[in-house]
Design a protein around this ligand. Structure first.
Ligand code: F6P
Length: 739
């Protein structure tokens, strides 16, 4: 209210000053104009009266003046004729008695022998008095005075001030009304709503900001409050979880515990993550730029760690609008917790390093899927060059950091550990290989196997998902390069440097659901699904994922158990991947064709067995499907871990749902309660599907509950904490020079 009064006071004062100034100017101009007009009329009349009366005065006539007065006098114009001594000879009757007030003016005009004028009250009215001397041979012999009524001048002046007053009053009313409404709609109401919204957030009820909050006035305020609320909600959830764990005596890894652990163990030592895939891409969509989270298990796993610990994530800037946004981005953009440092690659570099050596060479080399690797010398050169490029960027980033921690990710950067260690021996470097490591014979076909192994052994710690892959790796090192393998403690020793090789099965963050469970009916209606059962598959279109095999197994299921036609539908989310590689293009065609053929063969009016959604889906969208689906199929032909399996389990906080899982995934070693299958065996997978649909609900629930407990207990915070704990245990040589 006080604000409104102050605002109105300022507006009123301004309006008053402006109105008075303009009115004064107008009055002044108007008066000038009217005076000029009176003067002109007085001069004309005086000249005429002088002409008519001058001869009479010269002659000393005693009569004849009345004719002059009658001829020139009017109601608003009086005439007076004077002799040389300033005495009235004759004058218009209505002023005759009041002429005393203008005697000095008459005397002055006669004396100076020049016209004189003044405003004076005569006979009760204000008048302009204009006096013209009468002359005989230029000598003053008397004077004529013309008295024009000037009362109208005053009246018009007052009229103008009165009109100004009314105008001011109306203006005041309008200004007051409009200001009050504007303040109410644009300030008071939005502020009240924002206050109410903040109260809701404070109480832990996440509600969307009021629409007014988007206006330019409150935009930044709303953003700040939202980010504050998010942080508050995260902290509150973390604290609640901690308290719950403390009470139940559990020692689970949580985001908060990881943060504290890193603080205690590493203090101020900064963390650097390096991966090819960036956690967030900026992509052009028409005229705007949108944020896209890539379909990557690696990103799903590492993002929670960066959110918890902060640091710098160095990755390839591959989004179509990344360069516009810049090479350093605070993430998440709404509430930055860490920095993304983008590395730019030329087309040629990307083609050779990423599409070529990494994905046509190492990828098929490490997965047993009978896809022949392609090793091209040009690709290898680009791979080396890009590893050196990343190493230079990381070293530059770490310039001011003391004893930094570097977590290198995956098969794109086999040479990086050695390059980083050469430049920064004080850095602690771990490399996590997210895909399987083949046996030494299979690896032996790579022409640059020695360089790759030497590059990897630059790390203090090389980690895989399983002990089996650790063993394969150590055996490959033992048989390929000079050095000593200590099988008792799983280390590879070369000269002064020891590399520890350990299994750390990667995982996902325990799901915390702030939003209500998706309305399953809504999702099914969106998809046009009316069937009683719904299955889900979420994959990049990659030949390791066994998509055609899965589709054939679904077909087989419907052939063997036709009573499930129309009663079950399978939704496949397929994210296009590495589409510049011909093998991936061919696979895309093959999967589409397989789905089409099956749908044509088995589909009926109002029902298709497979709904194929071939586009990128973000995490939130995928989570809706996880929670709506009765079962999830993860049937990779070979996979280091396969986080989709764990994501699905983590999303089922209702303990419903079932998981059909390939026994050739890392995840199958932990999720023993899944329905394990051989993805190459169509009959086996079809039977598993039948088992899921016919299983007792309580059995399905208890299987899911056990899997959920496993994922919760071995979550991503534990993965990061244990990996970093291992890194600190590794003895560091006494002197670690910086360069
Ligand atoms: O599984 C190996 C891996 O590199 C993951 O780390 C990543 O999630 C996935 O493949 C995605 O591949 P890309 O980054 O080539 O799309």
């Amino acid at each position: 209210m006080r604000f409104l009064i102050r605002l109105l006071g300022a507006l009123w004062l301004t309006t008053l000053i402006v109105s008075v100034a303009f009115a004064w100017y107008e009055v002044h101009q108007d008066r000038q104009r009217l005076e000029d007009d009176l003067q002109r009329r007085a001069t004309l009349t005086a000249d005429a009266v002088r002409e008519a009366s001058e001869r009479l005065v010269v002659r000393g006539a005693k009569t004849g003046y009345d004719r002059v007065l009658v001829r020139f006098g009017r109601a608003d114009r009086a005439i007076a004729i004077y002799d040389a001594f300033g005495s009235v000879i004759d004058a218009t009757a209505d002023v005759r008695k009041g002429l005393g007030t203008i005697s000095p003016l008459i005397g002055e005009a006669i004396q100076k022998n020049a016209p004189a004028r003044a405003f004076a009250p005569v006979a009760g009215r204000s008048r302009l008095v204009y006096v013209l001397p009468l002359q005989d041979n230029d000598r003053p012999i008397g004077a004529v005075a013309v008295l024009l009524d000037a009362d109208s001048l005053e009246a018009s002046e007052w009229d103008l001030w009165r009109r100004t007053g009314v105008r001011f009053g109306v203006l005041m009313l309008l200004v007051t009304g409009i200001t009050w409404l504007t303040v109410r709609w644009s300030v008071t109401r939005p502020v009240a709503r924002i206050a109410e919204w903040t109260r809701q957030l404070k109480a832990g009820r996440p509600v969307a900001p009021p629409p007014e909050a988007d206006a330019s006035l409150f935009g930044s305020l709303a953003t700040e409050v939202t980010s504050l609320a998010r942080t508050l909600a995260r902290v509150r959830l973390a604290a609640a979880e901690e308290a719950r764990l403390r009470l139940s005596g559990e020692s689970l890894w949580t985001e908060e515990r990881l943060k504290q652990f890193v603080e205690i163990r590493f203090g101020e030592r900064p963390i650097y993550v390096v991966s090819n895939r960036e956690p967030l891409s900026h992509v052009r969509e028409g005229r705007s730029i949108v944020e896209v989270q890539p379909a990557s298990g690696l990103v799903t796993a590492l993002e929670p760690i960066m959110l918890a610990c902060g640091g710098v994530w160095v990755a390839h800037g591959s989004g179509s609008a990344d360069q516009v946004v810049g090479d350093r981005v605070g993430l998440p953009t709404r509430d930055p917790a860490y920095t993304l440092r983008r590395v730019w690659l030329s087309e040629q570099e990307e083609a050779g390093y990423y599409y070529g050596f990494a994905n046509e060479g190492l990828w098929p080399l490490c997965h047993i899927v009978h896809e022949r690797p392609k090793f091209r010398a040009d690709d290898w050169e680009q791979y080396r060059a890009v590893n050196a490029h990343f190493a230079a960027t990381i070293v530059e980033e770490m310039e001011k950091a003391e004893r930094p921690i570097v977590l290198v990710q995956d098969y794109h950067f086999a040479l990086l550990p050695q390059l980083i260690k050469q430049a920064r021996p004080d850095a602690r470097v771990a490399l996590f290989w997210h895909i399987p490591w083949p046996n030494f014979e299979a690896f032996g076909i790579c022409p640059w196997q020695k360089e790759i192994l030497l590059g990897l052994l630059g790390a203090d710690l090389v980690a895989f998902h399983t002990q089996f892959h650790c063993n394969n790796f150590l055996e490959t090192v033992e048989r390929t390069i000079e050095g000593r393998i200590e099988w008792e403690d799983f280390t590879a020793v070369r000269g002064q440097h020891t590399t520890w090789v350990r299994p750390f099965p990667i995982s996902v963050a325990p799901e915390v659901f702030e939003t209500p469970v998706t309305d399953l009916a809504t999702l099914r209606a969106e998809l046009g699904v009316t069937a009683e059962w719904m299955g889900i598959g979420v994959e990049r279109v990659d030949y390791t994922k066994g998509l055609p095999e899965r589709m054939l197994a679904i077909r087989r299921f419907f052939e063997r158990w036709p009573e499930y036609r129309r009663r079950m539908v399978f939704v496949q989310i397929a994210s296009p991947s590495r589409t510049r590689i011909p093998r991936y293009q061919a696979l895309q065609q093959e999967v589409r064709e397989t789905v089409r053929t099956i749908n044509e063969a088995l589909g009926e009016r109002g029902w298709v067995p497979i709904v194929y959604l071939e586009r990128h889906h973000d995490h939130a969208e995928i989570r809706r499907y996880y929670r709506a689906a009765d079962f999830c199929m993860v049937t990779s032909l070979h996979d280091g871990m396969n986080l989709v399996a764990k994501e699905y389990v983590a999303a089922r906080d209702d303990d419903e749902g079932a998981l059909i899982l390939s026994r050739f995934t890392g995840a199958s070693r932990e999720l023993r309660d899944a329905y394990l299958v051989n993805p190459y065996d169509v009959e086996d997978v079809a039977s598993a599907l039948y088992q899921v649909l016919t299983a007792d609900a309580s059995e399905r629930r208890s299987r899911m509950a056990r899997m959920r407990a496993q994922v919760r207990e071995h979550n991503i915070f534990g993965w990061a904490g244990l990996l970093m704990a291992e890194l600190t245990k590794i003895p560091q040589p006494a002197s670690v020079p910086r360069d």
